[in-house]
Design a protein around this ligand. Sequence first.
Ligand SMILES: [Zn+2]
Length: 432
Amino acid sequence: MATLAITGGRLLRPDGTISRADVLIDQDEGTILELDDDLDGTGETTIDASNALVTPGFVNGHSHVAMTLLRGHADDKPLDTWLQEDIWPAEDELTPEDIRVGAELGLLEMIKSGTTAFADMYFEVPEIAAAVDTAGLRARLGHGVVTVAADEAAAREDAQTSIDVARELDGAADGRISTAFMPHSLTTVGEEYLDEFVPKAREIGVPIHYHANETTDEVAPIVEERGVRPLAYAAEKGMLEPEDFVAHGVHVDESEIELLAEAGTGVIHCPGSNMKLASGMAPVQRLLDAGVTVGLGTDGAASNNDLSLLDEARDAAMVGKLETGDASAVPAEAVAEFLTHGTADAIGLDTGRLEPGAAADIAVIDLDAPHLTPPHDFVSHLAYAVAAADVKHTICDGQVLMRDREVQTLDERAVCDRASERAAALVDRAAE
Ligand SMILES: [Zn+2]
């Protein structure tokens, strides 16, 4: 049995407290064997975590990882204009190889900011799965379905692809990859396709993930046409089960908050993207008060513009206070949960807690920095002050993905160079 010990650190426990403990990992099984005060010398290899915070690897509940290629391509426009003028024309030109390279860039960035698990909606998903396999992270992947502009044959093929991808890739990368059926949203996928394909997703036993109530444009048409709120419509369509999770949930009313709480459906809060696209502010504290499982997501890099969950955590706390006018809303403790097991629970991945038997998915954060001094409260630091560059080591499934800021599974220079070349060619093709 190969073993790894992480020694000398302060550990973020599942109950949100932080105390001194070493961690012993079974690298063959990818699980935590033991947490104790003195495990120094017990592992075949050791990571020194003196003056470091040892936390579960962060969990990103909603992303479009290959969109890193469009980072900085078009900014400062509202969602609809931005999608139609800039994003969709470029995405039309994406090749499978572009998506592979874009995914590698995104995964590189995730590893460098302590993220070890994520949920992702995109297309050419086998390319993304191959990148996840190489990079060593854990993921729930799905093919995003859009039927609005498609003829019937193309729309059905798109939805069937999402089911096929979910069936074929579930359990890939030695079990690190799980899947979901992913209709893009309640307004971009026709009702007949939901009626036909939601039962197919249930048959193969995968969750359903979609964008919901991101902007008022995603609410008004449903209310006008059907006389019900979007999430009541989702419930009618069988898309509001405990294993399902929606992205955004910005414009939800009290009845929808109640529906989410009763159903046990998770909401992935994406404050960076919501602010940048001026979509609005999700009522996160009210969701928490109602007992809704809330997770955190970056959304795509084109609307963020980075994939660090630490930035997202800070945004969540800040915007949560602004939305309520109450400085005690969305406190640091809630944010620490969003970063870890809160989001893992929302997207149904078994990670986010440091305890014996749990997945050895870990971020080691260097506390030896002016902006993390003095050491009053490390949960506060995690929510408000830690930055991506403070993450020193990243471990997933017991494997060291980054050691001393050096990513072990991807060639950082080569990935960045390839991504820059591919992105330039992509934007040129889209402009033709
Ligand atoms: Zn999204």
